[in-house]
Write a protein that binds this ligand. Structure first.
Ligand code: FAD
Ligand code: DLZ
Ligand code: SF4
Length: 522
C-alpha cells in the first residue's frame, strides 16, 4: 500500500475537459498526478469520423497543456507512445506502477461501456478508487431514477418543467416566464426564399491540431469523413468565441427557424456548440444563463430563448438520465423488429433523394448535421425503411463529432426508431415527403416528385410512409396520437393500398446494403 505522502492519481477522460471537474476541484496541485490517455480502444470501438478523432485528441492535448501552464502535473499518453497498452484500464495500470498513488479519483464515465471497465478498478488496483459523480449535469442519475420510478410515462416535457423550477431559468415568481412553459408552436417556420444565416466562426488549426490531423490521416485514413473543413473549437477560449458569435448573431432567429432546412446551408441559426459542450469546454448552465440574459436585454424573443434552454436543460439532461435508466437493454431494443441493413448511400451520399444526399454531404464534410436533418430526414428514412437499430446506432455514433453513446443512443433508438416501443416518444416521428417539402427547399430540384404518391418518379418517402403504417398497424393503431391515420388508410380502395405497398417494396429492393467495415473494426 502506498503511503499518505504518495499522490492522488486523477484520470481525465476525453470528454471530461473541464477545469472544475469534480476530481480536480479542491485538490492540491502538488499532491495530484493527472492522467490523460489517447487509447486505441476508444479511437476504434467504432470507426469514428476523422474530424471527431482530431477534435478529441486536439482538445485533450490543448487541455493538458493548459493544465500544465496552471501548475498541474499531467502524465499524458499519446496514441503513438511506445508501450501504450491501448485501453483505459491498461494505461491506469501502467500509471499506478509509475506513480504508486495512494488513491485514484475518477469522475464516472459518460458511457456504459467505459463505466463497466472503471467499475472493475477497485478490484484490480491495490489502492483506494473513488468514483465521483459527474456533477456537470444538473440532474444526477439518482435524481432521474426518483423522477422516473412509478411514472406511467416519462415525458420530456414534465422532466423539463422540473429542471426549470430547479434552476429558476425563465421563471417568474414560480410561474413560467411569459405564461407558457413551451413556445414550440412558434418554432416551426419554413425557410423563406433566400433565407441565409451569418456564418459561424471556424478556427484555423494550430500546430497541435495540425499534428493530430497528420496522425489521424496516417492511422485512421480509412475512416469516414473529410478533414478539409476542420474548424471546431478545440479550447475553452475558442469555444467561448463560438458561443459569443451565436449570442451576438444567431440566437434571435434560432427559435423560428429551428426546424428549417436549406440546401447547402449547414448550420442555419443553430448554436453549433454541442461538440464543445459534450467535451466539457462549455458549461450548459452558463449558456442557458446567457440565453436568458439575451431575452432580458431584449436581444432575443422568448420562443428562441426558451427553445434553446429546453434543448439543454430539457432534452440533453433528459436523454442522459434516460440512457442510464434503461441501459444496457436500450442498446438491444428492437420493438419494431426492424431487420434491414443500412443502405450503402448513408456512407457514400450517392442517392437521387436530394434531401438525404445533402444531409449526408454535410455529415461527411462537417461531422455535423442539424437536429431536424438527423431526425426528420436521415432518421425518418431509417425508421420507414425498417433499418435495424444496431446499424443505425453505429452510423450515428461514427459520423457526428458530438456523438457519445449516452446522447446518441436515446436519440437514435428511442427517438427516431421507436425501438424502445414508446418509452421516450409518444409516437414514431414518421413523415411523408410532404413534411420535408414544407420545412425545406430540397424538393424543388429533386429528381423525384414530392407530390407524386406512387410509381415511377414518386418521392420514395410517400410510399414508405404508408408501408410503415400498414406493417405496424397492430402496434400503432391504438396509439391515440397516430391511430386516426388508419381511417385515412381505410378510406383508400384496395388497389390504391396495393400501389403504395408495391411502390415501397420496389424501392426497398433497389437499396444496396452497406459494407459493415465502415462502422466497426473487426
Ligand atoms: P442546437 O440546435 O443549437 O441546440 C442547442 C444544444 O441543445 C445542443 O448543442 C445540444 O447540446 C442540445 N440538444 C439539442 N437537441 C438535443 C437532443 N435531442 N438530445 C440531446 N441534446 C440536445 N446530440 C449530441 O450532442 N450528440 C449526439 O450524438 C446526437 N445524436 C443525435 C441523433 C439523432 C438521431 C438526433 C435526432 C439528435 C441527436 N443529437 C445529438 C441532438 C442534436 O441533433 C444535436 O445536439 C444538435 O444537432 C447539435 O447541434 P447544435 O449544437 O447546433 O444544437
Ligand atoms: C471518443 C474518444 C476517442 C475517439 N478517443 C479517446 C481517447 O483516446 N482517450 C479518451 O480519453 N477518450 C477518447 N474518446 C472519448 C471517450 O470515448 C469518452 O471519454 C468516453 O465515451 C466516456 O465514457
Ligand atoms: Fe426528399 Fe422526396 Fe423531397 Fe426528393 S422529393 S428531396 S426524396 S422529400
Amino acid at each position: 500500500m502506498a503511503s499518505s505522502d504518495n499522490p492522488i492519481l486523477a484520470p481525465i477522460l476525453g470528454d471530461q475537459l473541464t477545469r472544475t471537474l469534480a476530481s480536480l476541484r479542491g485538490r492540491a496541485k502538488d499532491d495530484t498526478v493527472i492522467l490523460m490517455m489517447e487509447v486505441w480502444d476508444e479511437a476504434t470501438y467504432v470507426k469514428h469520423h476523422k474530424q471527431k478523432i482530431v477534435l478529441i485528441f486536439s482538445a485533450m492535448r490543448h487541455f493538458a497543456s493548459e493544465l500544465r501552464d496552471a501548475g498541474w502535473t499531467v502524465d499524458y499518453i499519446q496514441l503513438g507512445d511506445e508501450d501504450n497498452s491501448g485501453s483505459f484500464t491498461g494505461e491506469v495500470a501502467r500509471a499506478v506502477e509509475r506513480h504508486d498513488p495512494r488513491a485514484i479519483h475518477v469522475v464516472e464515465a459518460g458511457e456504459w461501456r467505459v463505466q463497466q471497465a472503471i467499475d472493475e478498478w477497485p478490484d484490480k488496483f491495490d489502492c483506494e478508487v473513488e468514483i465521483l459523480p459527474d456533477d456537470r449535469f444538473l440532474c444526477s442519475k439518482a435524481e432521474f431514477r426518483d423522477w422516473a420510478q412509478d411514472r406511467k410515462t416519462l415525458r420530456m416535457e414534465n422532466f423539463y418543467r422540473e429542471m426549470r423550477k430547479k434552476t429558476g431559468l425563465l421563471m417568474d415568481d414560480g410561474k413560467p416566464e411569459g405564461g407558457e412553459w413551451n413556445y414550440d408552436s412558434e418554432n416551426r417556420k419554413p425557410p423563406k426564399e433566400g433565407l441565409e444565416a451569418p456564418e459561424r466562426p471556424l478556427f484555423e488549426p494550430d500546430e497541435i491540431t495540425r499534428e493530430v490531423i497528420e496522425l489521424v490521416e496516417s492511422r485512421f485514413g480509412d475512416h469516414f469523413g473529410s478533414l478539409d473543413n476542420f474548424g471546431w473549437p478545440v479550447t475553452r477560449d475558442e469555444a467561448e468565441k463560438a458561443a459569443d458569435a451565436f449570442f451576438a448573431e444567431r440566437i434571435e432567429k434560432f427559435g423560428p427557424y429551428q426546424d428549417a432546412m436549406v440546401h447547402g446551408q449547414d448550420d442555419l441559426f443553430h448554436s453549433m456548440l454541442s461538440t464543445s459542450i459534450n467535451l466539457g469546454l462549455l458549461d450548459p448552465l452558463e449558456l442557458c444563463e446567457r440565453a436568458e440574459q439575451a431575452y432580458k436585454d431584449g436581444k432575443a424573443p422568448i420562443n428562441s430563448v426558451e427553445g434553446f434552454i429546453r434543448q439543454l436543460i430539457g432534452w440533453r439532461e433528459y436523454v442522459r438520465g434516460f440512457y442510464w435508466h434503461f441501459m444496457p437493454g436500450l442498446e438491444s431494443d428492437n420493438k419494431l423488429n426492424a431487420q434491414r441493413g443500412l443502405p450503402e448511400f448513408y456512407w457514400t451520399g450517392e442517392t437521387d433523394m436530394r434531401c438525404l444526399a445533402d444531409c449526408i454531404r454535410s455529415t461527411r464534410d462537417n461531422a455535423h448535421a442539424h437536429h431536424i436533418q438527423r431526425l426528420m430526414v436521415l432518421g425518418n428514412f431509417a425508421l420507414l425503411a425498417g433499418i435495424n437499430p444496431r446499424e443505425v446506432q453505429d452510423w450515428y455514433l461514427v459520423v457526428y463529432a458530438d456523438a457519445y453513446q449516452w446522447v446518441e443512443l436515446p436519440n437514435v433508438s428511442a427517438m427516431i426508431l421507436y425501438a424502445d416501443g414508446g418509452k421516450l416518444a409518444t409516437k414514431p416521428y414518421a413523415a411523408s415527403g410532404n413534411y420535408i417539402n414544407k420545412m425545406s427547399n430540397y424538393c424543388g430540384d429533386c429528381v423525384y416528385s414530392v407530390s407524386k404518391k406512387t410509381g415511377e418518379g414518386a418521392c420514395p418517402f410517400n410510399a414508405l410512409y404508408w408501408h410503415f403504417m400498414d406493417r405496424h398497424r397492430d402496434r400503432l393503431e391504438s396509439n391515440h396520437r397516430i391511430g386516426r391515420i388508419y381511417s385515412t388508410w381505410d378510406r383508400m380502395d384496395e388497389a390504391k393500398k396495393q400501389e403504395y405497398r408495391d411502390s415501397a417494396e420496389a424501392f426497398l429492393d433497389t437499396l444496396t446494403p452497406a459494407d459493415s467495415s465502415w462502422a466497426r473494426t473487426d
